[in-house]
Design a protein around this ligand. Structure first.
Ligand code: FAD
Length: 466
């Protein structure tokens, strides 16, 4: 592939891509070769010098098909890109080549009872803005909704605001169907039903270029952004678990944040007291009384409870900007030596075990838990701030979590198999063989692909069944 690229005449490719808009200014290409991999000092060292050669911005499916056909004809690596907010270098071109940015393919095509059909480059904030007046909202979305696309979320994300009520993205019914183009001489658009869509979901754009997604929506509610504080992290986590498992109180976000992290949230100054552990939640207006009683019973105080209109008037960001991976971002804005990791909590009901780990693992680890629903069960995962010294210490921390019965989904690898979702599952690689027989899409991101690329799709699929 390197040989091919060295010989590539990118001016000629740009001309051949016409009438599709291309970006060939080196500074802009470099910008579009990055995502949020710099959260990880390990990935930063590995990826900071990886750049694409040219950017194409298709505005419709036919344009996207044209880009893929040109790439196929010249054996060019292709990386699909939405908003570029992924954390693991998912959208970084490891081998150079063509970056195809989808943000101009952003139409909302259909809103119906319990579903929305959209083009892949639509921003999730725009999808929610279109749904809410119709009485619906997305079942879940990441905290980056303002700049992230639905195609990028389906290809690179996993869960978000709403997952505590509606499960992870991969759960039955959340992705209703999707359409994706193959990379062939004449790219074919294939429809993936709910079951098959899971082989494209979280495959980091390796298995086809998504053109359209149909997703479950849920009735919208008058959500109140709530911030409650606690003396101890144990009490804060326990209150989070109580809220997450409540059978009477609705919620679409429930996040516990260590007080030391909260000190890095200057936009909350004067709104929540200093030095206290923070429980961030979104609760429907009609359940606020029950929510307040729950927080009081758990020993906390409700410091902020604002409707979206009140929040805007007071100039406070969305509560979810203090949750999920935004928590890490708030700290990184002040100090680039911070990083994070992703750990599953063994028994989410065991607040003592969580607190014990927090106390023993070391002062360089500050806990932050998200609660979500997976297969009908409430789970918790820790996205702690870690003050990075070196990889050996990071792996020691991983070991301490594992020894305490927690699982690690490594946030410091750019391989799709590393983070946990696609481990030892060859079905998505069988789809890759069908959709991308030359292996041009996002090359270098799948270790397992390199071992099976010479096999037929059926043979790869058979490995999944072994
Ligand atoms: P990109 O980063 O552009 O792409 C992601 C992957 O999808 C890449 O591999 C890319 O090649 C592929 N891709 C993009 N478009 C297509 C397409 N049309 N067809 C095929 N492949 C495609 N993630 C969560 O799951 N939940 C969160 O709450 C969350 N919070 C975050 C908070 C912060 C501050 C940050 C920095 C990240 C967070 N993320 C979260 C990760 C990321 O924001 C989301 O996964 C987001 O949805 C990615 O969308 P994007 O458009 O930016 O995708």
């Amino acid at each position: 592939m390197t040989d091919t690229l060295q010989k590539t005449d990118w001016r000629a490719i740009a001309a051949e891509l016409g009438p599709v808009e291309v970006i060939d200014e080196p500074v802009l290409i470099k910008k579009r070769s990055r995502d949020f991999f710099w959260y990880s000092p390990i990935l930063n060292a590995q990826l900071k010098t990886c750049f694409g050669d040219l950017v194409a911005r298709p505005a419709k499916r036919e344009d996207l098909a044209h880009c893929l056909a040109v790439a196929y004809r010249h054996d060019l690596p292709v990386v699909l890109r939405g908003g570029g907010t992924g954390n693991y270098g998912q959208a970084v071109p490891l081998c150079g080549g063509l970056i195809v940015e989808t943000t101009a393919m952003n139409r909302i095509l259909e809103i119906g009872e319990g579903y929305v059909r959209v083009e892949a480059g639509a921003l999730m904030a725009d999808i929610n803005a279109a749904l809410i007046p119709e009485g619906w909202e997305m079942a879940m979305f990441p905290s980056t909704q303002d700049i992230a696309t639905i195609g990028g979320f389906v290809s690179g994300g996993s869960a978000g605001i709403g997952s505590i009520a509606n499960g992870a993205l991969r759960e039955k019914g959340n992705i209703i169907s999707l359409k994706a183009l193959s990379v062939e001489a004449e790219p074919q658009e294939r429809i993936f039903d709910a079951e098959e869509a899971l082989q494209v979901h979280h495959a980091w754009g390796l298995n086809g270029a998504i053109t359209e997604v149909t997703l479950r929506t849920v009735p919208t509610r008058d959500w109140i952004g709530c911030m409650a504080t606690f003396d101890s992290y144990r009490a804060c986590y326990a209150a989070g678990y109580a809220l997450a498992t409540s059978e009477t109180i609705g919620r679409k976000l429930c996040s516990a944040v260590d007080a030391r992290i909260v000190d890095y949230f200057p936009r909350l100054d004067g709104h929540v007291p200093k030095g206290r552990h923070l429980l961030v939640a979104l609760v429907p207006r009609e359940d606020m009384e029950a929510y307040r009683s729950l927080i009081a019973a758990q020993g906390g105080t409700v410091d902020l409870a604002l409707s979206d209109a009140d929040r805007q008037e007071r100039g406070i960001p969305h509560v979810f900007e203090f949750a999920y991976n935004h928590t890490t971002l708030q700290v990184l804005k002040a100090d680039r030596t911070a990083t994070y990791q992703q750990y599953g909590v063994g028994d989410p009901s065991d607040a003592d075990a969580v607190a014990r780990l927090g106390e023993t693992v070391g002062n360089d680890v500050w806990q932050h838990h998200e609660f979500a629903r997976v297969d009908g069960r409430i789970v918790a995962f820790d996205l702690p701030i870690i003050w990075f010294t070196d990889e050996a210490r990071l792996r020691q921390i991983d070991g301490a979590y594992e020894a305490a019965g927690f699982t690690v989904a490594d946030a410091h690898t750019f391989h799709v198999e590393g983070g946990g979702l696609k481990n030892a599952d060859y079905r998505h690689l069988a789809w890759k063989k069908r959709m991308d027989p030359k292996g041009l899409l996002n090359p270098g991101k799948s270790r397992a692909w390199e071992t099976v690329r010479h096999l037929s799709a059926d043979d790869i699929e058979a490995m999944a069944k072994d």
